[in-house]
Design a protein around this ligand. Structure first.
Ligand SMILES: Cc1cc2nc3c(=O)[nH]c(=O)nc-3n(C[C@H](O)[C@H](O)[C@H](O)COP(=O)(O)O)c2cc1C
Length: 188
């Protein structure tokens, strides 16, 4: 990690959908992070289409696509992770990616994470984010506690310009970004 340079942010989205609401939410968080001087990479969701982790098939080593992912998140100071809620938990895509990232050396130890989620239901990924926090804490990630960012009724939540129609939610995104960046600066 560069001690002097801008905070490095990597954004991951746990949905593979082209017009994913979580992708839109992640884009909004990255918009604010860039505005505040961070260097941001949005990890392409299609690169999260990884083989399912099977320790029996690892005799040839960790696949290149996984090594790239581990390197990119390892270079980050802050992770933004936007999770969809599938059956009250995170997506299989995201869980598989996190398992791979942690395999054979965990590059996430000590990273700051801002987690968020959008769902079409009324709870806005509350239940998925409880699971995501638990997984990230197993990986030694410093997940920001507050504010918590839940976007319910996601199909109605976004304006055409990518902003949230609920002003309160926009404020929460910006606050979460600020706290993530401040925490990361404090660790530099
Ligand atoms: C398999 C599956 C399970 C789902 N389970 C939930 C759920 O538990 N709670 C919820 O609010 N929405 C649930 N949904 C609806 C998602 O919130 C919705 O599909 C959302 O658009 C997914 O996020 P995305 O737009 O980023 O892909 C589920 C969708 C799928 C496909």
């Amino acid at each position: 990690m560069d001690k002097m340079g801008p905070v490095q942010v990597v954004g991951l989205c746990g949905s593979l959908r082209k017009y994913s609401y979580n992708g839109m939410l992640l884009a909004r968080a990255l918009f604010y992070a860039k505005l505040k001087g961070a260097e941001c990479i949005r990890y392409p969701s299609e690169h999260l289409i990884l083989p399912l982790l099977n320790e029996d098939s690892l005799l040839d080593g960790v696949p290149l696509v996984v090594r790239n992912l581990k390197q990119i998140v390892g270079n980050a100071d802050v992770l933004f992770i936007a999770t969809p809620e599938y059956n009250h938990s995170i997506s299989g895509v995201l869980k598989n990616a996190l398992d791979w990232i942690s395999y054979k050396g965990n590059p996430l130890e000590g990273k700051v994470a801002g987690i968020m989620g959008a769902s079409t239901g009324q709870f806005g990924t509350v239940r998925a984010q409880i699971h995501l926090r638990q997984i990230l804490s197993a990986l030694g990630v410093h997940v920001i506690e507050k504010p918590q960012l839940f976007v319910p009724y996601a199909a109605q939540a976004f304006r055409d310009d990518g902003s949230l129609s609920d002003h309160h939610l926009e404020t929460i995104i910006e606050q979460l970004v600020d706290i993530c960046l401040l925490n990361a600066q404090g660790k530099k």
